[in-house]
Design a protein around this ligand. Structure first.
Ligand SMILES: *[C@@H]1O[C@H](CO)[C@@H](O)[C@H](O)[C@H]1NC(C)=O
Ligand SMILES: *[C@@H]1O[C@H](CO)[C@@H](O)[C@H](O)[C@H]1NC(C)=O
Ligand SMILES: *[C@@H]1O[C@H](CO)[C@@H](O)[C@H](O)[C@H]1NC(C)=O
Ligand SMILES: *[C@@H]1O[C@H](CO)[C@@H](O)[C@H](O)[C@H]1NC(C)=O
Ligand SMILES: *[C@@H]1O[C@H](CO)[C@@H](O)[C@H](O)[C@H]1NC(C)=O
Ligand SMILES: *[C@@H]1O[C@H](CO)[C@@H](O)[C@H](O)[C@H]1NC(C)=O
Length: 381
């Protein structure tokens, strides 16, 4: 336990020593420089200098880590990507562990979640907010709808519309065509640590005021407050949902409010046992992983640099808020969430983040070493 705290402390103090303003300034500066860099390089060379590419691609990401990756020792930006062989083997072993029987009954939702590019024989299972804007753009490029010259002129809002219109979903093919693609194409997915993803979704859809969040507050917030607040209130706009109420909704086995793709398990959305993915990219190593996938499916691609607009994402990292928000939950709820997302942890090789382990170890009589060594907290509920 002491070891854990030390690790955590070291990370925190390393981050604190880098002035926050500087970290926030980095993407802005890059954004301002992007047009110039663009003129100088004119494309995203495949043998570019590592530091440069990291900065440039960072500013193109659509996650909450934008701008902090370069300074954050925790983020494995420089790590070599895990090989497809490793992922195929890992998924195979763990799917067997979960009792997957080999059936290929692809649900309609699954087929709709997968984007296909026949020219490059590639398929991508789209999970919202996990590098999805970036990948929508790349697939628009691959499909030939946009060119490297004009890809960045498509604004983020338009991307959804355009990519929905121009990108092919696996659901449009016949059964035989689907099977052929599943067997022969390069298949990949991008995922994110489940606890952090959940908090990111909550903050993004219920705490801020955007067009998207007003939809979510109306569609989910109102009902969550009505059903999971101790003294039910009715708020016509669905404002003020608490994290604990959101989690109570998720954990309700008899929940009447539908799930949503922003918090549905990756397992359900992308069926990693039925679709044998060749590669799993991670938000935590998005830069090298994106790079790797591109090198696999389209080594010739010369990619444009991000536009200024891309950079307007929140500079606050979700991981900075993990402690504050998960502390609002009971230990029991944290355990239950692990159970709920257990397949995602297992199949995508995530372990429980330090922030969560530290909370669990608070006031606890259980030995944390035991929890960690087993990477299995179910027994401690
Ligand atoms: C395939 O899945 C659907 C929906 O989950 C189910 O209704 C159907 O019985 C399944 N078919 C087979 C052959 O397993
Ligand atoms: C981008 O360029 C391609 C190829 O030159 C063209 O077909 C397409 O219409 C352009 N798209 C936009 C959004 O301007
Ligand atoms: C939000 O919705 C309003 C009203 O529909 C619209 O005018 C505005 O452009 C939207 N903003 C964004 C960022 O989509
Ligand atoms: C993000 O961080 C800045 C600076 O620390 C802070 O002023 C701002 O309120 C934060 N934004 C959110 C949405 O928490
Ligand atoms: C998988 O997870 C384990 C345990 O956290 C870790 O030691 C290992 O490096 C991970 N492997 C890969 C390839 O990510
Ligand atoms: C630990 O105890 C403190 C003081 O009673 C309390 O505020 C905190 O919520 C507890 N932590 C957990 C994880 O239960």
């Amino acid at each position: 336990m002491r070891l854990l705290q030390r690790a955590n402390g070291a990370t925190a103090s390393t981050i604190m020593r880098i002035p926050i303003r500087l970290l926030i300034a980095i993407p802005t500066v890059i954004g301002a420089l992007a047009p110039i860099l663009l003129l100088l390089t004119n494309y995203w060379p495949s043998t570019r200098h590592h530091t440069d590419s990291r900065l440039l691609v960072t500013s193109f990401s659509d996650g909450n880590r934008v701008g902090l990756q370069t300074g954050d020792a925790d983020v494995k930006v420089t790590s070599a990507p895990v090989s497809p062989e490793w992922w195929r083997n890992h998924l195979k072993i763990n799917c067997r562990k979960l009792g997957y029987n080999g059936n290929r009954n692809f649900s309609k939702t699954l087929l709709q979640n997968i984007i296909v590019d026949d020219r490059h024989k590639a398929m991508y299972c789209l999970i919202p907010k996990v590098a999805s804007t970036t990948w929508r753009r790349i697939f628009l490029l691959l499909s030939g709808y946009a060119s490297v010259e004009n890809i960045t002129s498509i604004l983020p809002n338009e991307i959804y519309d355009k990519s929905n219109k121009y990108l092919k979903r696996l659901s449009v093919y016949t059964k035989e065509e689907i099977e052929y693609r599943v067997d022969n194409y390069f298949k990949f997915v991008f995922v994110r640590e489940p606890y952090e993803r959940l908090l990111s979704a909550f903050r993004n859809k219920f705490l801020v005021n955007t067009n998207s969040s007003s939809y979510f507050k109306g569609r989910f917030g109102k009902k969550i407050i009505k059903n999971y607040r101790f003294e039910p209130e009715s708020d016509p706009d669905g404002n003020g949902v608490k994290f604990s109420e959101f989690v109570d909704y998720l954990l309700d086995k008899k929940r009447k409010i539908a799930m949503n793709e922003h918090w549905e398990t990756f397992y359900k959305m992308c069926a990693p046992c039925k679709i044998k993915y060749d590669f799993v990219g991670k938000m935590e190593s998005m830069l090298s992983d994106t790079d790797f996938v591109l090198s696999q499916i389209s080594p010739e691609i010369k990619f444009h640099l991000p536009s200024r607009t891309e950079l307007r994402y929140s500079h606050n990292k979700t991981s900075d808020f993990m402690k504050d928000f998960y502390r609002q939950l009971s230990r029991h709820s944290i355990f239950k969430l692990y159970q709920m997302y257990r397949n995602d942890f297992l199949l995508f090789n995530y372990s429980i983040p330090l922030e969560i382990l530290n909370i669990l170890s608070e006031n606890s009589t259980h030995s944390l070493e035991k929890i960690i060594s087993k990477n299995e907290i179910i027994d401690y509920v």
